[in-house]
Ligand binder design. Structure first.
Ligand SMILES: Cc1cc2nc3c(=O)[nH]c(=O)nc-3n(C[C@H](O)[C@H](O)[C@H](O)COP(=O)(O)OP(=O)(O)OC[C@H]3O[C@@H](n4cnc5c(N)ncnc54)[C@H](O)[C@@H]3O)c2cc1C
Length: 393
């Protein structure tokens, strides 16, 4: 038990989430993984029990819980061996809608999202030519009367086929005409219902793990003027604050993964007898697991500190990025120790280790790669010259 479990509210959350996850054992995930199929039953069960509406305010039918509670929920899903990647975007896009959406947008969409009749699972930021350099994105939104006309392409837009709504970042003022470097991008809450084949084309990308990610093409997609979130041109700032919540929540998932790997590895090390003794008696087997546990605990503390700052109304960029990097490293270290502890059996699908290992690897790259976090800390915290983007050096 960690300090974070001492809060009765969180212990209750963990127990409730664990009860749902118990219905979805390794065999369920293995089957989906082999077919690269979406875990619809799992997502429906989370919706039914109200877990995906955790951060929606009570007045709109949700539970009105904090980002910290959202982090606990996602961490627990991963600790139980399940995968929240099928639905976590609803939690992290919620911050953008709640902080910057209009009262009308909230009233129109949040009750449906809370009761599960509407899904907000797609977050369209990354583009094939701009990559991490978000300010260079090329998708445009042009105002025509009462509508916006969207043209361009996104890549790695996960869950687009399983979502009704997408939070989309697009350029509304050409870069050279924008007031400042970060102005000119806008956020839209795009209602995709009826638009696929009619302005939106979605093409799945098959990846090394089961992630339901896609390419999305916009060809003169027309959306109503009131799909704009907040003020025109200020979207980059809104997305940055949304990205902080995304990083914190995904870091919490990494902590859950690390705990799963450590339990799985330790259990196996106690049971597996080689040379007449459990392999876990050897320090060569113990130490990688123990070291990974120490790193998991340290990163867990930063994850929940970042979440607490976010809940207090701050925009904790340094903490959120640090949490994401350390938690992703801790889960990867635990994955490596777990797989090594299992020897050959770590490679057998039925142990679930190889599948979780593939899933955990993603978080070295997405939603932000480790290098870019280090660039950010070097610049923002240590005051070193900017090494990326405009004005470098
Ligand atoms: C399975 C999956 C799901 C995803 N889901 C979503 C989603 O739902 N929505 C969305 O918008 N995006 C999504 N992404 C995109 C993800 O956020 C990006 O892949 C990630 O931010 C890295 O961008 P990139 O792939 O374009 O890499 P690039 O920006 O091309 O970088 C390639 C490599 O170069 C390194 N690099 C680049 N510039 C520098 C520099 N200045 N200094 C040092 N190193 C540098 C990076 O660290 C990286 O390792 C997803 C990605 C994957 C793989």
């Amino acid at each position: 038990m960690t300090a974070f479990d001492l809060n009765a509210e969180h212990a209750e959350l963990r127990a409730g989430v664990a009860r749902v996850c118990a219905e979805f054992p390794g065999s369920y995930w293995r089957d989906l993984d082999s077919r690269r199929a979406y875990p619809d039953d799992f997502v429906q069960a989370l919706i039914r029990e109200g877990w995906l509406a955790a951060m929606i305010p009570e007045e709109y039918g949700g539970s009105g819980l904090t980002l910290t509670a959202g982090a606990v929920i996602l961490e627990e899903i991963h600790r139980q061996g399940c995968n929240a990647a099928a639905c976590h975007a609803q939690m992290y896009t919620m911050g953008t809608v709640l902080r910057h959406g209009s009262a009308e947008q909230k009233a129109r969409y949040l009750p449906g999202i809370a009761d599960g009749s509407l899904r907000l699972q797609a977050f369209g930021v990354t583009e094939p030519t701009s990559g991490t350099d978000t300010l260079s994105l090329k998708t445009t939104a042009r105002r025509e009367g009462d509508e916006w006309v969207i043209n361009g392409q996104k890549i790695w837009t996960s869950r687009a086929e399983h979502s009704d709504l997408m939070v989309l970042l697009a350029r509304t003022t050409p870069r050279e005409e924008a007031k400042s470097r970060t102005d000119g991008l806008s956020v839209f809450l795009v209602d995709m219902r009826g638009k696929v084949g009619n302005g939106i084309d979605i093409r799945p990308i098959r990846t090394m793990m089961n992630h339901a990610t896609t390419e999305v093409f916009f060809d003169n997609l027309r959306i109503p003027a009131d799909a704009l979130v907040g003020e025109e041109g200020k979207g980059f700032r809104y997305i940055l604050s949304g990205m902080n919540s995304e990083r914190i929540l995904i870091a919490a998932e990494c902590i859950g993964d690390a705990k799963w790997f450590l339990k799985k590895g330790s259990d196996y090390a106690k049971e597996r007898v080689v040379f007449g003794a459990p392999i876990g008696r050897n320090q060569g087997v113990q130490f990688p697991l123990a070291r990974a546990h120490a790193h998991m605990m340290a990163s867990e503390a930063i994850v929940y500190r970042a979440a607490a700052l976010y809940d207090a109304g701050h925009n904790p960029g340094v903490e959120a990025n640090t949490a994401k990097m350390l938690a992703a490293d801790a889960s990867w270290e635990a994955a490596e120790a777990c797989l090594q502890t299992h020897g050959g059996f770590g490679f057998a699908e039925e142990y679930d280790v190889e599948r979780k290992f593939r899933e955990a690897r993603l978080y070295q790259v997405a939603p932000i790669s480790t290098n870019l976090i280090l660039c950010y800390i070097a610049e923002q915290v240590l005051g070193l010259p900017k090494s990326y983007g405009e004005g470098r050096g």
